[in-house]
Design a protein around this ligand. Structure first.
Ligand code: CBY
Length: 429
């Protein structure tokens, strides 16, 4: 008798709990689309969306349904020129991104992929990555973030890959998921996306054993990603959060609802957007899809390109690049550390970035502070200091630090502060 009284109560309790869990769709509501405008402005009004950044931006715009003909044409032209002028220099991940961007949905530019045999080029470049691992102590030509992009593009665009090889390569204990002992959330997230595609396409009868390995890898990677969740909801850091969200969207069966409060992550990202945290095109391009609930697995070469009317109404005004500060000087301490440390004090204009400090130091003493840079999709990347060159096969690089802590921005974007201790350190990852 007592039980039958309790039943409706329990039912009511469950009813009040379950819907809130099931209905929690973590994506920005249409009324809040204006919060994404700074990202869109950064992506489309930046006239320096050069080289490989262009494919990241195009991919992101298409994925969320932003159609701006003139901008799209400009990006496509840049991508195609890039392929024509330096196709053999492109890394495997760059080719993968180009395929993903040009083939995102049914469109005339898709032809470019097939006319230029980009998928078979990618197959060859992917195998070269794997061969390099054989010759150089399991280190690929580039990195596992790019290998994941490769597998993702091959999987989505019907390229050849061996599911056995994928299952072996993407073991979560592999050192290539780590940089200086730290799990790389960007890398893990991209691997989860690639593995999910392979898993969805695999056939139980023939690939059963490997599919099981892949499932196990995914589960473990998802755990590692969630372990990097910060108190404010970011996963890894602000720049890896978008891709981590995508990975978590496609693997909800591998974690419990209470392990991730997606809304909290979303709110923190919005706050960061409003503070101008994603001010370079690639950073904006990488965070945007997840915020509207999209993932790279939604890339579908056979479905028509859609345009979301809520995004395509007024043309956003370009944001002013950097706020203007009074042009006063600030003083920073700059060191180069190899075995010993070489230091100097440098005066630079308020609002200067790390690279300006390095340039000023070089002017003071060319022998000690000379360096070389290369352009990367995230801006300038330091390749050598004092003639000592970073080498992928040895896993060496020039690490950037402030007050002894690694920076999460590159030399071209990190704005330095008065009295700061900056360092470039010869390191292994
Ligand atoms: N993209 C790639 O191949 C890059 C993959 C990536 C995992 C990338 C981060 C993530 C992403 N979303 O794109 C990556 N970095 C890698 C692999 C690397 C290594 C590069 C060498 C290799 N094996 O390919 C390496 C050496 C470990 C590395 N990143 C170094 C650095 C430092 C660069 C310093 C220098 N010499 O100029 C630096 C500045 C860290 C430091 N304190 O020294 C760094 N990376 C940072 C900060 C970042 C983030 C950039 C954020 C920003 N706003 O500028 C990053 C997004 C990224 C680019 N690296 Co790496 C990671 C993050 O903070 N979430 C594919 C290609 C087709 O485009």
């Amino acid at each position: 008798m007592r039980q039958s009284h309790q039943l409706p109560l329990v039912g009511l309790l469950l009813f009040s709990l379950i819907p809130s869990q099931l209905c929690e769709i973590c994506e920005v509501s249409k009324e809040n689309y204006f919060r994404l405008q700074p990202l869109i402005s950064t992506m489309i009004s930046s006239n320096n969306t050069r080289g490989i950044q262009a494919s990241n931006v195009l991919l992101s715009l298409r994925l969320v349904g932003i159609q701006k003909q003139d901008i799209e044409q400009q990006l496509i032209q840049q991508i195609e020129e890039n392929v024509k002028s330096r196709s053999s220099d492109l890394t495997s991940g760059q080719v993968a991104l180009i395929i993903l961007a040009l083939g995102e949905c049914q469109n005339p530019d898709e032809r470019f992929i097939y006319d230029n045999n980009l998928v078979s080029q990618l197959e060859t470049k992917f195998q070269a990555e794997v061969e390099n691992m054989g010759a150089h102590n399991c280190t690929p030509l580039t990195n596992y973030y790019q290998l994941s992009l490769d597998v993702l593009a091959l999987c989505l665009f019907n390229g050849n890959y061996s599911i056995r090889q994928v299952a072996e390569l993407f073991n979560p204990e592999n050192k290539n998921y780590y940089f200086s002992g730290q799990f790389s959330v960007d890398t893990g997230a991209m691997a989860v996306l690639a593995l999910t595609c392979v898993e969805r396409k695999g056939q139980i009868e023939t690939d059963g054993e490997y599919l099981n390995h892949i499932k196990k890898h995914k589960k473990s990677l998802v755990k590692k990603i969630l372990y990097e969740k910060k108190e404010n909801g970011l996963i890894g850091n602000r720049f890896s959060t978008g891709e981590a969200m995508q990975a978590l969207f496609v693997s909800s069966e591998y974690y419990n609802k209470n392990e991730w409060n997606c809304q909290q992550t979303l709110d923190t990202v919005f706050k960061e957007i409003s503070q101008g945290a994603f001010s370079i095109p690639i950073a904006a391009a990488q965070i945007l899809p997840a915020l509207v609930g999209k993932t790279y697995l939604d890339i579908n070469k056979d479905s028509p390109c859609v345009s979301d009317p809520d995004f395509n109404s007024p043309t956003p005004k370009p944001t002013s690049e950097r706020y203007t500060n009074s042009p006063s000087n600030i003083l920073v301490h700059y060191s180069v550390k190899i075995n010993r440390t070489y230091s100097t004090n440098i005066a630079v204009l308020n609002g200067s970035v790390f690279l300006n400090v390095m340039e000023a130091a070089r002017e003071k003493n060319e022998t000690i502070f000379r360096f070389t840079v290369e352009e990367s999709s995230w801006g300038p990347y330091i390749t050598s200091v004092q003639g000592l060159k970073a080498n992928n096969n040895d896993r060496t690089y020039w690490q950037l630090l402030s007050e002894g802590k690694p920076l999460s921005q590159g030399v071209g974007s990190y704005v330095v502060h008065d009295g700061e201790n900056l360092e470039v350190r010869w390191s292994t990852y």
